[in-house]
Design a protein around this ligand. Sequence first.
Ligand SMILES: Cc1cc2nc3c(=O)[nH]c(=O)nc-3n(C[C@H](O)[C@H](O)[C@H](O)COP(=O)(O)O)c2cc1C
Length: 182
Amino acid sequence: MKVLVILGSRNPEGQTARAAAALAMGAQAEGAEVEQVFLPTLRIERCRQCDENGWGTCLSQGECEIADDQAGLVAKLRAADAGVFATPVYFADLSESLKAFLDRLRRTCLHEAGKAGIAGKPAVGVCVAGGRGGGGPACAATLERVLQTCGFDLRDVVPVRRQNLEMKLAVLTHTGKWLAAG
Ligand SMILES: Cc1cc2nc3c(=O)[nH]c(=O)nc-3n(C[C@H](O)[C@H](O)[C@H](O)COP(=O)(O)O)c2cc1C
């Protein structure tokens, strides 16, 4: 099984990366192949709301017309058997990089061509509130909604706060094993 882990953090040594690595370790223990992508290293623009109604080729063709790294990452996601979406909690919400990616993905998933290889794919979300620790559940609710709009088979969203990170690492490793075990 191939698991693609998409991180909305720019810090490979940070708390979101630690949480994602714990989940990846569990998945690998079940024989999964794991690839990680840090979104801020890619060029992914925010949606341009192309026409006067706010739609564009997302609605008519199931693909976004912006020529940046979005399409390549969506292709990687299609090729994976499961997706993991890990974000630092910013203002009790997703990080800007994950929000930009998922805002555009959910639009294309309204079209049959766009939802191919995405709808029904198992997914897990991870939200890491690494500051004062608040906002994880609110962020998790937003992540749940957007992943469901994309059509993923959302298996779980795990809120984490700085104060319980060590305990949640063990939960995430079990979650990764469980995800990879199907
Ligand atoms: C713009 C911004 C907003 C933030 N909002 C919150 C928040 O609502 N709750 C919280 O606990 N931490 C908040 N933080 C702290 C981040 O959650 C913390 O820096 C993050 O977990 C670090 O992740 P990383 O180590 O993966 O970079 C915020 C940080 C930034 C930069």
